[in-house]
Structure formats: structure tokens, C-alpha cells
Design a protein around this ligand. Structure first.
Ligand SMILES: [Zn+2]
Ligand SMILES: [Zn+2]
Length: 352
């Protein structure tokens, strides 16, 4: 295998001390972690735009898993860092590196939501989340003190679509019959068919395969994608940025699966009556548009009982999603207390 050519990248040296500037969450500035110097990020004129699905078909594309990693050659210490990420740090001197060159076989990010929550905000959110978990082992309560909290932009696809759905089903109407002196409910079914329409805006689908799993998908409904700014590399400095692993076609299928239950609810309302059955659904998607967004997440991975657990804190809202261990001892104790209380009540009722 040939060595990849070095990736063009940006670093933002501090004018005062020569260290490297990093994007400071919650601001629109780069700051120097050493001397505190600040540099405002000049906003771009460019707006975030949606791209049509047809445009995607015309682009040369490769399976993201087969695209070679970036090779960052540190301008400070000359060390080589090979990385799948779009922004990373030099493995030798820790200088932030931000790609300036997107592989032509990949879709480049259209926009990003800059980090609003800084590290101490993420810690605070984590602390509250941890302390409100019932039946967690005591050692878990210290998880918010872990050093491994990592600010990472995670790639997500958003899809827009106008949908028209033809359906066939049945409308049920309840009626009551008298049986053995009791009212019993029955349902009479009538054939139903029709067409419903619904427009979708920014259905968010995670584009990473090995971070967070269901928890990342859980965050998907919380993102305010309207706060996204056009992509600007400065916002990545000092933070990690994952390249996408799930391509746009797979993401479109996932987006359609998120649209399906909404359409089913529309159909049920359209059928009306007391109960509904849906037999056939045929959806057409028009004006399909997409964009690739980088969304900010504080990632925490911790080891507990030899197993690795993951917790995510939204860098936009501070909302926490993640895995937590259960304390077998505390649960057993709570069950015992409940049993004693029940036994006590039964005893009191028995002696009355
Ligand atoms: Zn400085
Ligand atoms: Zn370096």
C-alpha cells in the first residue's frame, strides 16, 4: 500500500504566544488555551443550502469505509498523524489540525452546529444526569470527574421530502351487544382507501456507525438544525470531527423509516372511525434534498466492571443520553425492603 499524500490542513497559531488557537464553545471566537488571546471568527456570507438528490447521483462517490485516511503532517513538529477524522490533534505535540481538503469521493459537510456547551457545562449536565440515576453503583457517581470527556463533531445527514401516500385499509366502528347482562364491545369493519400528503423537513440520521448507537439516534430528535451555520473550519479547531461512515443512500433509507410512522398516523387520522387497519401503503417521495451536518457531542467512554460504557452530552443543549450500570446490591436491597413492607401490611390486615 502506498503512503497517502499529506492532507492540506489548517492550524491557527496564536499571534501572541505561538501556541494554537481553539474554538471556544458558546462563543464565536478562537482562544488560546495558554495565554487567553482571542480571535473572532469572521462569519461567512454563505448560507446553508439543501442539495437535491439528483445532484448526488451525478457525483463520483465511494463507500466511505474504503476511502483512505487523512495524513496530517504537523506544521509545528513535523510529526505524521494518520487519521480517519476531519479534525484531530497532532499525536506528538497536541496541536489541533483541521482538514482543508475533502476527499473528492466523499460528500463534504455543508454546515455545522458549533459547540454551545463547554467542558464545564458538559460536566455539570453529566453530574445531574448521574445523580438522578436510580440504583446506580456508588462508583458510577464519580463518572462525571472522568478526564476522557471529548468534544467531537459527529456527522449527520438531514433529509427533506414531500411525500404522497396511497393506502388501502379498513375503518372500524364500535358497537355494543348485551351478553349475559353485560355490555360487550364489537367492531364492524368497512373498506377504506385514500391518499395522504406530508412534507418533511430535516429528518436527522446519524452518519456514524460506531459511536453511541441508539443513544445517538435518541439525540437525533433533539437537534435544532436551524441553528446550523455554513461549514467553516475554524469551529473544528481543538475538537475532533468524525468523517461519515454511513453514506447518503443508506441514510435516505433510514430517513424513510423515520418518516413511515408519521405517515401511518396521518393515514389513521384520514381513515377515521374508532379503529383502523392498514393493509397497503405506497409512498412517493418528491423534492428529495439532503445535507451533511456536523453536530457537536461531548463523548464520555468509561470502564465499569470490565465493560466499556458510553455517554453522550449534546453540545447544543446539554441533554444527556447514555448507558449506565445498575447496582445489583441496591436493587436487591430495595426489593427486600418492599417485601418487608408488603409482609407487614399483610400481617396487619390478618390480625385485624
Ligand atoms: Zn497564546
Ligand atoms: Zn505536532
Amino acid at each position: 500500500m502506498t503512503n497517502p499524500a499529506p492532507t492540506n490542513h489548517q492550524t491557527y497559531p496564536c499571534g501572541d504566544c505561538g501556541a494554537h488557537l481553539q474554538f471556544a464553545p458558546g462563543t464565536t471566537s478562537l482562544t488560546c488555551p495558554y495565554c487567553g488571546a482571542q480571535q473572532a471568527i469572521v462569519p461567512q456570507r454563505r448560507q446553508v443550502v439543501e442539495h437535491s438528490y439528483a445532484e448526488l447521483g451525478a457525483k463520483p462517490r465511494r463507500n466511505p469505509q474504503q476511502v483512505p485516511p487523512n495524513l496530517f503532517v504537523c506544521t509545528g513538529c513535523q510529526a505524521h498523524t494518520e487519521s480517519d477524522a476531519w479534525s484531530d490533534v497532532c499525536q506528538f505535540c497536541g496541536a489541533p489540525v483541521v482538514t482543508d481538503q475533502f476527499n473528492p469521493d466523499l460528500v463534504a459537510p455543508e454546515g455545522l452546529v458549533p459547540f454551545q456547551i463547554d467542558k464545564s457545562g458538559a460536566r455539570k449536565a453529566l453530574k445531574e444526569w448521574v445523580s438522578s440515576r436510580w440504583f446506580a453503583p456508588n462508583s458510577f457517581k464519580k463518572v462525571d470527574e472522568a478526564e476522557s470527556l471529548k468534544s467531537t463533531y459527529l456527522p449527520h445527514w438531514t433529509w427533506d421530502a414531500g411525500t404522497t401516500t396511497d393506502y388501502r385499509g379498513e375503518r372500524g366502528e364500535h358497537y355494543y351487544v348485551e351478553r349475559d347482562g353485560k355490555q360487550e364491545r364489537r367492531t364492524r369493519w368497512y373498506p377504506a382507501h385514500g391518499t395522504v400528503e406530508r412534507d418533511f423537513d430535516d429528518v436527522v440520521v446519524p452518519a456514524t456507525a460506531h459511536v453511541g448507537g441508539d443513544h445517538l439516534d435518541g439525540l437525533s430528535s433533539d437537534w435544532n438544525t436551524k441553528e446550523a451555520a455554513a461549514f467553516q473550519p475554524q469551529y473544528l479547531s481543538g475538537h475532533f470531527t468524525q468523517r461519515y461512515e454511513i453514506g447518503p443512500d443508506a441514510a435516505l433509507e433510514a430517513a424513510k423509516q423515520k418518516m413511515a410512522p408519521v405517515i401511518r398516523e396521518d393515514i389513521k387520522r384520514h381513515i377515521g372511525g374508532d379503529a383502523q387497519r392498514i393493509h397497503d401503503v405506497d409512498t412517493r417521495y418528491e423534492n428529495l434534498t439532503y445535507k451533511l451536518l456536523l453536530l457537536p457531542v461531548w463523548l464520555l467512554a468509561y470502564l465499569f466492571n470490565g465493560k466499556s460504557w458510553q455517554v453522550l452530552v449534546s453540545g447544543q443543549t446539554g441533554k444527556v443520553r447514555g448507558e449506565r450500570p445498575w447496582s445489583a446490591w441496591k436493587i436487591t436491597f430495595a426489593v427486600l425492603v418492599a417485601l418487608i413492607v408488603i409482609a407487614g401490611v399483610v400481617y396487619l390486615m390478618a390480625i385485624r
